[in-house]
Every structure is written in C-alpha cells, then in structure tokens.
Design a protein around this ligand. Structure first.
Ligand code: NI
Length: 244
C-alpha cells in the first residue's frame, strides 16, 4: 500500500480515481451500511484511509506509474499535459519564464536544498547524465526548481546548484508562482512540520515528487524519468530524442 498509494496522488487532481462506491461488494447489502448513505459513508472511509496512507508516506520518490499514464495520454491526444507557462526567479535573482528557455531542451527537477537524500541523488544522476551526453548536453539547460521558497533564496540555490553541475540553474519564486509551476508539471509537494514542539520553526521537511522531466525546445513535454533511473539509462533515452 505504502508504495502504490502515494503514486496516485501527485498532482493528478483531474485523474484521481473516484471512490469505489459503484463497485463496492454486494455483501454490504442489507447491512447497516446499505443505501446511499451507507455507500457515501463507505466511500468516505475509503478516501479517508487512502489519505492517511498517503499522508504517512515520506518522500514521494516515484510517480512513475502516474507518469506512464500521462505519457500515454499525451501521446494519444497529441496534447501536452505537463508543462506550460511559468514565471520564477533564478539563482542570480533574474526573472525567468518558460520563454527564457525557448529553443533549448530543459531537464527539470523539483525539490528543495534542505532535502536530505532524494534531491541530492536525483541531481547527481542528472549531472552524470549531462556528463555522459557530452556535446549533446549543450542542447540542454538543467533546471532545479525549489518548492521551498521560504528557505531557498537565490543565494542558497546558487551555491547548492554549483555542487551538482556548473550549468545547473536553480530557481524558485513566490509561493503562488511555485504552486503554479508545480501544478503545471503535476508535481506534488507539501511542507511537513517537525513533530518536536521545541523544534525551530525553520526545521521542517518538504515531501515532493521526484521526477525528472525532459522538455523539448518548444517547451513541450518530451520524456519523464522516475526517481532511481540511472544516468546511463537517462542519457541513452535523451540521445535518442535529441538525435532522432
Ligand atoms: Ni528532495
């Protein structure tokens, strides 16, 4: 459960499975839960349990399956469902938008600099991928979007990005801008306060989906890589896309 449940959630508000009221078992008939009210109650319990499982999930390491479905949906409709316009501030304090990167592929990863392990792993793979790609990497702008703007100032992001790759561009924005770009990319994130009542208010973590997106020079979704995809695999796939 813990593995599959959280995968459903990330930013799929419009595709999220409905409570299974219609397919509930026949055996509940005649029980105190019969009738519409019973089904509603049952549905509420099912949803509630799902949310609990979801809320207890720590880092959302992989929305791979959700991603596959999105890719299928994207391909069948020919319409990108991931990405779109955004406005953020980069690690030099400059305003950047989707237009800033027009004509270039972008490799986009969402996270936050205080992330204990998932982001460092993902960004290391991204960096290694660029190294493997060699000259092809020049066609790609690697981007790290922080979903923790309160702590991830441009200065913080600049220093952090430099640990991973000299060309990695850190960016974030106002809470509204961050929420908007995360929604566009179907990225889930949520602040998790420390359980310790004496903890510093700045001592919190942020759950977030950990997916790497390759966007094409038109800003359209090209490919996603779930967390744990190794650099060799990513580089191979990206090379195919860059050199069809
Ligand atoms: Ni992270």
């Amino acid at each position: 459960m813990a593995e599959s449940e959280p995968e459903k959630k990330p930013a799929t508000e419009d595709t999220e499975p409905k409570p299974e009221a219609e397919s509930a078992p026949e055996s509940a008939k005649g029980s105190p839960l019969s009738g519409t009210r019973g089904w509603l109650l049952l549905a509420a319990v099912v949803v509630g349990a799902g949310l609990l499982v979801f809320a207890s999930g720590k880092h959302l390491q992989d929305i791979g399956k959700v991603g596959e479905n999105l890719v299928k949906a994207t391909k069948s409709t020919g319409k990108a469902t991931i990405g779109g316009p955004f406005e953020l501030t980069d690690h030099n304090g400059k305003t950047v938008t989707d237009k800033t990167f027009a004509g270039k592929y972008t490799l986009v990863y969402f996270g936050y600099t205080y992330c204990p392990d998932v982001c460092p792993t993902g960004l290391t793979e991204m960096s290694n991928t660029l190294d493997i790609l060699g000259p092809d990497a020049e066609k790609i702008v690697p981007i790290f979007i922080s979903v923790d703007p309160a702590r991830d100032t441009p200065e913080q992001l600049r220093e952090y990005a430099s640990y991973f790759h000299p060309r990695l561009v850190g960016m974030s924005g106002t809470p509204e801008q961050v929420a908007a770009v995360a929604k566009a990319y179907r990225v889930y994130f949520a602040k998790v306060e420390s359980k310790d009542p004496d903890a510093d208010p700045d001592d919190y973590s942020v759950d977030h989906s950990a997916v790497t997106y390759l966007m094409d020079p038109d800003g359209e979704f090209a490919q996603h890589f779930s967390h744990g995809t190794d650099a060799e695999t990513m580089a191979k796939r990206i090379k195919e896309i860059l050199n069809p």
